[in-house]
Design a binder for this molecule. Structure first.
Ligand SMILES: Cc1cc2nc3c(=O)[nH]c(=O)nc-3n(C[C@H](O)[C@H](O)[C@H](O)COP(=O)(O)OP(=O)(O)OC[C@H]3O[C@@H](n4cnc5c(N)ncnc54)[C@H](O)[C@@H]3O)c2cc1C
Length: 336
């Protein structure tokens, strides 16, 4: 249950993306009591929000894995040591008294912790919406801002809006599944990779450049889109319209915590330490020389942050843990 809890845990992880989930597992491995707070109603960060049905090829040990399957595996691993999971709460304020940090969420709930690991990625985010005043009335009735299950469009006529990587990527991905794919972009040029643009131009997709939707038509669900193209108005019959206009993201209250921030990223040293004692950060939301914004890099940063938090709480404990086999096989959560 999401209620305030002023009993301090050893570590609180802020953000349940891949970095936060792996850090949660690692905190359990190091015998730390752990609470994870996530602003969305689901875990997995951008893998769940933006590309659950896409394959990832560059996570060690998985030559190819669907993003949603990687999230399921990370969740399973994160839950080994029964951490406390607080969903639908956005951490906003930070207060410190007698070596204990108190986090306050946007809804006013308070949580106490001895150390913190910020794994908030690009911050809390929401989808950039279509500006047409009617668009919001069609959300969930044929108009979507993400594809959570691509099979729902099997044999359907779909329209994809946008000109960046996500729009191009999804248009290509949906070609073998959908009955038809129309890509609409309001500008004369795409922002995505030339290779993808060429692949699309040589495919069965219909591409409408310098075009925009001027009306959404339907009864209970979206049936047609009226589109203004350079050649005049056109009405397109649709089963689904998916809009990829990017995300609004915000660090929110985190930027007032006294952390050093460069271009919206939290500056950390090689131990993932921030400017505040006992506060660490890892994943896509951090910067240091040589930083790579990749899932695999977030995993190792999470492990470093947790081990550092462990020695911060107990300077006698080892920074370098012993083998996971030894720890897991001696724990009550032994892998069956
Ligand atoms: C289309 C696409 C394809 C990609 N493909 C690959 C790939 O093939 N390989 C690869 O390595 N990387 C890929 N990436 C990048 C990868 O998604 C990121 O590196 C990864 O998501 C970073 O994980 P994270 O946990 O640091 O951040 P995120 O995934 O952004 O998760 C951060 C979480 O923190 C939560 N949060 C933020 N602020 C707060 C707050 N104040 N309170 C509570 N919760 C908060 C957010 O809601 C979110 O769930 C891709 C990215 C995109 C967009």
């Amino acid at each position: 249950m999401n209620h305030s809890d002023l009993t301090p845990v050893d570590v609180t992880i802020i953000g349940g993306g891949p970095t936060g989930l792996y850090s949660t597992y690692y905190a359990g491995l190091r015998g730390m009591s752990c609470r994870l707070i996530e602003s969305l109603p689901y875990l997995g960060g951008r893998l769940s929000a933006l590309y659950p049905e896409k394959y990832i090829y560059d996570v060690a040990g998985f030559p190819k894995i669907l993003a949603k399957d990687l999230v399921s595996a990370l969740e399973q691993q994160a839950f080994y040591h029964s951490p406390e999971m607080i969903m639908n709460e956005t951490v906003n304020h930070l207060h410190k008294e007698d070596d204990i940090y108190t986090l306050e969420t946007k809804s006013g709930k308070k949580f106490a912790s001895r150390t913190l690991i910020i794994t908030s990625g690009i911050g809390s985010y929401s989808f950039r919406k279509h500006p047409h005043p009617e668009a919001k009335n069609w959300e969930g009735k044929g108009l979507e801002y993400q594809i959570l299950n691509k099979n729902q469009y099997k044999g359907k006529k779909i329209v994809i809006l946008g000109g960046g990587d996500s729009a191009l990527d999804w248009a290509l991905d949906m070609l073998p599944i959908a009955k038809s794919v129309t890509l609409i972009h309001r500008n004369a040029q795409f922002r995505g990779l030339d290779s993808q643009v060429n692949e699309l131009r040589n495919s069965s997709a219909t591409i409408l450049m310098e075009s925009e939707i001027i009306d959404f038509i339907g009864s209970d669900k979206l049936e047609c889109l009226k589109v203004l193209t350079p050649l005049g108005e056109k009405t397109i019959s649709v089963d689904g319209c998916i809009i990829f206009f990017g995300l609004h993201s915000s660090l929110g209250g985190l930027k007032n915590w006294g952390l050093k921030i460069e271009h919206s990223d939290i500056c950390v040293n090689s131990c993932m330490e921030t400017q505040l004692p006992g506060v660490y950060a890892a994943g896509d939301g951090v910067t240091y020389e040589g930083k790579l914004k990749l899932i695999s890099v977030g995993f190792s940063e999470g492990a470093i942050a947790v081990n550092r938090a462990k020695t911060f709480l107990n300077p006698k404990s080892k920074f370098q843990p012993i083998h996971s086999t030894t720890i897991m096989e001696n724990s009550s959560h032994e892998r069956k």
